[in-house]
Design a protein around this ligand. Sequence first.
Ligand SMILES: [Zn+2]
Ligand SMILES: [Zn+2]
Length: 466
Amino acid sequence: MKLKFCGAAGTTTGSQHLLEVNGKRILLDCGLYQGVRKLAYDINCGFPHFDPASIDCVILSHAHIDHSGNLPNLCRRGFQGNIYATDGTRDLCQIMLADSAHIQESEIDRVNRYRAKQGLPAAEPLYSQKDAELCLRQFVTISYDRPMLVEEGVRLTFLDAGHILGSAQVLLEIDDKSDGKTKRFLFSGDIGRGGNEILRDPVPAKDVDFILMESTYGGREHDAAPGTGDQLEGLIREALRRGGKILIPAFAVERTQQLLYVFHRLFTDGRIPEMPVYVDSPLAVSATETYRLHPECFNEEVYESLFQRDNPFGFENLTLVRSVRASMELNDLQGSAIIIAASGMCEAGRIVHHIKNNISDPHTTVMFVGYCADNTLGRRIVDGEKQVPIFGELHTVRAHIDSIDSFSGHADHSELLDWFDRITGPKQKVWLVHGETDRSEALRAALSERHSGSIEVANLGHTVEF
Ligand SMILES: [Zn+2]
Ligand SMILES: [Zn+2]
């Protein structure tokens, strides 16, 4: 059995790992690499580590674009096999891959306007919306906890990962013909914190021999415990005293639905006064509809509320905004209102317009509920810069800025160690992926102290045999 690290090694994006067993080539995830535009385009386009047509099947851990986003391109370049995923992942891929294709198409339009001026031929998008639709036809969905034969001698079970809707750990039970032994291989996907506002907790796998594990938060701990509305309640009350708009930049998938659920509870329990809430993002609106279709993914509280003619992600004072016109009308709102809009890092999307129109008003509150990467508008604002560039103009920050850490979708260092400890079996070899190198190294050091098996940080392009 061989495993080749084809992405998300030394970094967190572009998750792709190629497992070869019994003469079959199984690709675990097919994510987009996200980085400097030209380099990312070349890497994503070219599949430098394998020929797409040589892959027998894909097993997808979850719908995030850094795990699923290169699937349309894989299919377009000759991959004909099945893409195994949970039902929730398949349904989210339907909207997220279409959205990603739309972004690729608009970006290439911009590039091509520049290329035309230079007299260069037009470049093609990585994939089109049609490619995204076509690749969905290769999906085969499997429920959680239902072992299924996916290749000769390879049984796949999806276990809950508690990260986003449909997210799964991939457990493979393999009859390895090369030595006649049965081996259990676990790919973590991305692991959630447990105690999530809406999702079920990650399930511990049993009798595992080999683990391919994410390490996003190796060496880092979150400040706040997950799953409490207390912090949000306190900050909203303070923001109400300021009287202006409350802008919440949030990822359209998962973070927005977590927020809606917590607001639903805070309003129902009378912990904050009724006030208008707007979700201003077509992708977030579609994702919220998808969430309602998947009771199997939710913790007991949300599960019960789905069956009590209650909408856990809705309430009377909530308005879902799809059209650009309705979004622009939000500019004229008077008084306090909560506006949740993508993107979470304020790099693109409608939130940028809301920030531009309100950031210089001292009554405004901007509330960050997720991670902001370096060099993003979100990061500049969180870091307290007094003047920020928006659409090429400098704007003075007079709004009040808050940051909430309890919503993270990723287990932190201690939570990753807990996840590892709860897995039973010999765990003889562990490879760490999906982390910046120093994060993966910090996790490797901690795991080595508590576990005698071999623990390695994966190197991009390397193959291991076991
Ligand atoms: Zn993820
Ligand atoms: Zn990820």
